[in-house]
Ligand binder design. Structure first.
Ligand code: 13P
Length: 248
């Protein structure tokens, strides 16, 4: 059985003070929730968030990690820096990083290897753009992102994949549950073909893209969907809690 995992991706939102307020609001709502609950917050919020989540079941994540141990990489944050705070998860290869900051499948793979080497649990994001979707290239794009992004990985125990169709992010447009399930099913079959059926069976794959209280239950009911990576709706305690508690 794959344990569902609902993760918030705060992106570039919330100052440290705002982060503490949001976490304090969220805590009682998720005290009894069944899925694993993660919040991935800006680097500047990590220390205060670590303190604020104490005594709750919320786990801490970052939104990126450097591929090198240390050195002349202005603006980057290393795995050791994250580990020292107590960060458990890290988002890698989000489409916004690919779109605005030149992230490629090769750099995704370098960051992923670094996360694994340091016992951080990576949430690796993949997904096609609207143009790629309209040209019927979804499978081809996902295949490349997965085979190159996860190249040379042998242990999948700590890895989560997030399928986030770019056209559904922040747009209010969600893939239909059937559509998302079908595409995530394709990802699972690709993983099976490449890394074997045990990996495919146990690997958790999330859906992300305008997931909200009104569609979470339907998406989470799908066979291949093991969780959600939530943007906008993770910024409101009640909305995020209602997604986490999708079972009621
Ligand atoms: P939205 O939920 O705001 O569409 O964002 C999804 C996302 O990018 C999560 O990583």
């Amino acid at each position: 059985m794959r344990k569902p995992i609902i993760a918030g991706n705060w992106k570039m939102n919330k100052t440290a003070a705002e982060a503490v307020a949001l976490i304090n609001e969220l805590k009682p709502f998720v005290a009894k929730s069944k899925p694993e609950v993660v919040i991935c917050v800006p680097y500047t919020d990590l220390w205060v968030a670590k303190e604020a989540i104490k005594g709750s079941k919320i786990k801490l994540g970052a939104e990126n990690v450097a591929w090198a141990d240390s050195g002349a990489f202005t603006g980057e944050i290393s795995a050791a820096m994250l580990k020292e705070i107590g960060v458990e998860y890290v988002i890698i290869g989000h489409s916004e990083r690919r779109q605005y900051f030149g992230e490629t499948d090769a750099t995704v793979n370098m960051r992923l290897q670094q996360a694994l080497k340091n016992d951080l649990k990576p949430i690796v994001c993949v997904g096609e753009t609207l143009e790629e979707r309209e040209k019927n290239k979804t499978k081809k794009v996902l295949k490349k992102q997965i085979l190159e992004g996860l190249k040379d990985v042998s242990d999948f125990t700590n890895i989560v994949i997030a399928y986030e169709p770019v056209w559904a992010i922040g747009t209010g447009k969600t893939a239909t549950a059937e559509d998302a399930n079908k595409t995530i099913g394709f990802i699972r079959s690709l993983v099976k073909k490449t890394w074997g059926s045990e990996v495919a069976k146990s690997l958790r794959i999330q859906y992300g893209g305008s997931m909200k209280p009104s569609n979470a239950k339907e998406l989470m009911a799908m066979r291949h969907i093991d969780g959600g990576l939530i943007g906008g709706a993770a910024l409101k305690a009640e909305d995020f809690a209602s997604i986490v508690n999708y079972k009621g």
